[in-house]
Design a protein around this ligand. Structure first.
Ligand SMILES: O=C(O)[C@H]1O[C@H](OP(=O)(O)OP(=O)(O)OC[C@H]2O[C@@H](n3ccc(=O)[nH]c3=O)[C@H](O)[C@@H]2O)[C@H](O)[C@@H](O)[C@@H]1O
Length: 444
């Protein structure tokens, strides 16, 4: 046995016994008995490689042919219809990340007041794509059209600007999530850096150039300890790759503002939550686990200090986004040329009242009427920050931004939505709660 192992796995790599080498040689010659067989094999391999390469280049250059999800007269008609405002002086907005959490809410709000909205989303599987499809269906029921495509697709973006002279771009497409960057760093670079640049290239070349409002993040404050976080504070110590890509986005948008005259507004969102939210976020996954009787993990900071977040309800964020679009000045360039200085702004959109994670759990328990099974562990060093707290005086002054929903009432609305969307009946005592919540959600 030992001998067999030695033969199969020689202790020194490359040091194969002479007898074995002879055996291998014999087998090799058996296989390629004549030079003509070898020649035929080589020809076959060359032909295979050549046909693979030409197929690849065909796919690359003909993505329109293979990507049946966009293009054509009917598609253009749908884009135009969705982009056309229904109120005098209304905007025509290209909204990226439209099937995402914030994107869906902002699209609906814009549509509701008579603005034209065309959504763009790549429906990736970072979290359950069926939730994204359900959001798309919700938007479709309000006649908001969502294009399935990626912000890295320059041809698609050029086509969209060809079909519609968008007045505004609301850029919410991104690889979100702070801790997932450890697992998949490339996806942050793909969406938050490369995708952003591709989008800005399309915007700068458009004629007219749109004004751009986009989602940065509270995570850019990184390891800062001075609270509340102000837009004037330093943002050069990110704690995660996610934060670093959002910070890079702020610098990249500044460059496009400076060189091409694009009007830019960056919004630093603070832990946004609410109905139709993101399943990867703590309030959402805690709800799911609590209802399923599974344990939840609550992280704890240094010296056993509870972590805290300035949790901000989605309706308040939507108001901040719309106010940013309303107050955005026009870009000054056109067709890739700057014609004067353009607006560049950054705002915190938070709630200004941080709540600890254990308090978040208690509020969920009381809404769900189920006790959580809690595992408390030290915060892993994977990008998290101990607390966030927004100073919103700048947003208040410039946008009239004034959050009105505290975590108790916001989570109540979330839980109501969650129960109506997913349904819930594992324990008899909770069936009534689910049914009641479902009725209320339908009514609202
Ligand atoms: O404000 C922001 O900019 C960011 O807010 C959230 O990031 P985060 O605040 O980390 O939100 P959650 O992932 O929901 O975590 C909230 C809190 O719960 C804690 N947590 C999370 C997960 C978990 O299993 N246990 C736990 O205690 C986290 O440490 C954190 O303190 C979003 O996920 C980011 O995409 C966003 O950019």
């Amino acid at each position: 046995m030992r001998m067999m192992e030695d033969e199969l796995f020689p202790s020194t790599p490359g040091k194969v016994k002479i007898e074995r080498a002879h055996t291998i040689n014999r087998q090799f010659h058996k296989c390629f008995a004549s030079t003509s067989t070898m020649f035929l094999w080589a020809l076959f391999l060359i032909a295979l490689t050549a046909s693979y390469l030409s197929f690849q280049s065909f796919v690359d250059t003909s993505s329109g042919y293979f990507n049946a999800s966009w293009g054509g007269m009917h598609w253009e008609k749908q884009i135009r219809a969705s982009a056309t405002p229904r109120r005098p002086g209304g905007m025509s907005v290209l909204l990226t990340g439209a099937a995402g959490f914030v994107g869906t809410h902002v699209s609906l709000a814009l549509h509701k007041r008579g603005d034209g909205v065309v959504g763009l989303d790549n429906f990736n599987n970072y979290y359950d794509p069926s939730l994204k499809k359900a959001r798309k269906a919700l938007l479709a029921s309000h006649s908001v059209f969502v294009v399935e495509g990626d912000i890295n697709d320059a041809r698609l973006l050029a086509k969209l600007f060809d079909v519609v002279p968008f007045t505004h771009v609301m850029h919410l497409a991104a690889q979100a999530g702070v801790r997932y960057a450890i697992e998949n760093p490339a996806s942050y670079v793909h969406s938050n850096i490369a995708g952003l640049v591709t989008l800005l290239e399309a915007c700068k070349s458009a004629d007219p150039q749109p004004a751009i409002v986009w989602a940065s993040s509270s995570s850019v404050y990184g390891l800062n300890e001075k609270v509340p976080f102000s837009e004037l504070d330093r943002t050069d110590r990110p704690a995660s790759l996610y934060a670093a890509t959002k910070k890079a986005g702020e610098e990249i948008t500044h460059t496009y503002n400076h060189i091409y005259g694009l009007s830019i507004t960056g919004l630093r969102f603070f832990t946004v939550y609410g109905p139709w939210g993101r399943p990867d976020m703590a309030y959402f996954s805690f709800t799911r686990n609590i209802l399923q009787g599974k344990p939840i993990t609550v992280y704890r900071g240094k010296n056993h200090v509870d972590l805290a977040r300035d949790f901000t309800f989605i309706d308040d964020i939507v108001k901040g986004c719309i106010a940013s679009l309303d107050t955005a000045e026009k870009s000054t360039g056109s067709g890739g040329r700057k014609r004067g200085p353009a607006q560049y702004r950054i705002f915190n959109l938070g709630n200004t009242s941080p709540v600890t994670v254990p308090t978040l759990v208690r509020i969920l328990e009381s809404n769900l009427k189920v006790k959580a099974k809690i595992n408390v562990v030290d915060m892993p060093g994977n990008g998290d920050v101990p607390f966030t707290h927004a100073n919103i005086s700048f947003a208040r002054a410039e946008l009239g931004y004034m959050p009105t929903t505290n975590l108790e009432s916001g989570l109540k609305k979330f839980v109501r939505w969650y129960l109506s969307y997913y349904g819930y009946s594992p324990r008899s005592g909770d069936i009534a709660l689910a049914a009641e919540a479902g009725e209320e959600a339908k009514a609202s």
